[in-house]
Write a protein that binds this ligand. Structure first.
Ligand code: NAG
Length: 480
């Protein structure tokens, strides 16, 4: 019997639809996706227009079994009035961001190598207080800022959000040395809840560098880029918008502070050590979503809130030599839907504490140890041959001139974590504008050290949930 035209059409339909279904189900296998060049450029240009007044009210969020859920607003750097770019030159802005980023990475690597070489717990050295580290390049740390209340009555402050360190501190009156900040400087004598810690307090013993003056505990933190803070270690009440407050949180009340922290009043340490804010408030988890660095909108930093059900989970690892950094089990990187070929042990934590991959809120561009970076870059460039190449820019060696294009087809990139799941990146997470004329660069770079770092360009637009109780990190795309 001759085939009926109708059944032929039906067969064609079935084949067609099953192809569509197969390709959308196997999302990780997508080789290419499209990027809206014009939209990214428009956003880059908007960085110089006046920002909306940041909103600071955060309403109570969904609660996770018993522990109160606490929430703060979080803003990209340039929405702070005092950190606004002074000239409307996006090239210059990008260069200063990348210089700051190099200095950030330098300080993370330095801390990592010091922790590896430390034979015993570092001893207190009083002379460090007499002559604090001289200030180096004053680039200013911090790419994202949270608004948090300190004291009673509570006053709000912009604080750098830092998952790469533990101690929270803010500039304190009387100032022996304070840099300029957006908010009035905290005055401990105007707060009913301020209590200096005695030298015998366990929080004082937990400090890496401490000293004792007239039975008051002194702290010092140096960030390796020349910036530092020294002052009294004290307990205070910390207020999370309208969502609640926590008493007796140990924070540094800094009377000597150097290094321009871009107008922030201080820093929130969200590391894995016992003195971090998350450890002190016994948070089972915290999460943040970082909006695009060029955007003027804000997002939230939440403690103890439920994780999105669609989150891709990856194991959080412990490095016995350094508990401050959040190590994550990154196994590989896929480009164009295929694993890039490199030895997976290049990303492992070695028996000596070397190596490993940390996830960091303060580093912008993901750094990979050079063997890994070279393979990833070659895989990307090989598949992006259609794009017009341009010269390198600062720490980027793979750039494209997209000035004559509105939409381009780019290879997909995803991060492959232990456990089999991959986190797909959006094109804006790996191809970023470096000027306002249409030059874009592949936003990964090599490090000289053994430590690799997942930076915030790659995290933008994704809610990153650190489930500290269950030792996993969750990634939920499009959850800002
Ligand atoms: C913008 O800054 C870059 C880098 O500092 C400089 O080379 C360029 O001339 C500047 N452009 C304008 C229009 O000022």
């Amino acid at each position: 019997m001759a085939p009926q035209p109708l059944s032929l059409t039906l067969t064609a339909f079935i084949i067609f639809f099953s192809l569509i279904l197969t390709s959308s189900a196997a999302d990780d296998d997508h080789q290419f996706e499209f990027m809206d060049v014009a939209a990214a450029l428009n956003q880059a240009r908007q960085v110089f227009s006046p920002p909306n007044t940041p909103s600071t009210t955060v309403l109570p969020q969904q609660q996770l079994d018993g522990s109160p859920s606490l929430s703060l607003t979080i803003h990209p750097r340039h929405s702070l009035p005092s950190a606004r770019p002074t000239t409307a030159n996006y090239t210059a802005l990008t260069l200063s961001r990348l210089a700051r980023d190099q200095s950030r990475v330098h300080s993370l690597l330095l801390r990592h190598s010091l922790s590896l070489s430390r034979s015993s717990a570092s001893e207190f050295s009083p002379q460090q207080f007499q002559s604090p580290v001289t200030s180096g390049i004053r680039l200013g740390s911090g790419e994202y800022f949270a608004r948090i209340g300190v004291g009673r009555p509570s006053k709000d402050f912009y604080m750098v959000v830092d998952t790469g360190s533990d101690i929270s501190w803010l500039q304190c009156q009387p100032c022996s040395t304070c840099y300029d900040q957006a908010d009035p400087i905290f005055n401990p004598s105007a707060s009913a809840s301020y209590r200096p810690l005695p030298c015998a307090a366990p929080q004082c013993s937990a400090l890496e560098v401490s000293a004792c003056r007239t039975d008051s505990c002194l702290y010092q933190v140096s960030y390796g880029d020349g910036s530092y803070t020294v002052g009294n270690f004290a307990t205070e009440t910390v207020t999370f918008g309208a969502t609640g407050s926590v008493p007796n949180v140990a924070i540094g009340c800094g009377h000597h502070n150097e290094g321009l922290f871009a107008g922030a009043a201080g820093l929130l340490g969200l590391g894995g050590g016992t003195l971090s804010l998350n450890s002190q408030i016994k948070a089972a988890s915290f999460s943040y979503c970082l909006v695009n660095r060029d955007s003027s909108s804000s997002s939230t930093l939440e403690f103890n809130s439920a994780r999105a059900s669609d989150a891709v989970l990856a194991p959080l690892l412990t490095n016995p030599r350094i508990n401050t950094y959040h190590f994550v089990a990154l196994n590989g990187i896929n480009v164009g839907g295929r694993p890039v070929n490199f030895s997976p042990d290049l990303l492992d934590i070695g028996g000596d504490g070397r190596g490993g991959v940390i996830i960091d809120s303060g580093t912008a561009v993901t750094r990979l140890r050079s063997e890994v970076y070279n393979s990833v870059r070659d895989a990307f460039a090989g598949m992006a041959r259609d794009l017009p190449a341009a010269s390198g820019f600062s720490l980027f060696d793979t750039c494209y001139d997209l000035s004559r294009m509105t939409t381009v087809r780019v290879p997909t990139v995803s991060l492959q974590f232990a456990g089999g799941k991959a986190v797909p990146l959006r094109p804006s997470n790996f191809l970023i504008p470096v000027d306002d004329a249409g030059k874009y660069c592949f936003a990964f770079a090599a490090t000289s050290g053994s430590l690799s770092i997942i930076g915030n360009v790659q995290q933008q637009g994704t809610r990153v949930s650190y489930d500290l109780a269950n030792k996993v990190v969750g990634f939920s795309p499009n959850k800002c």
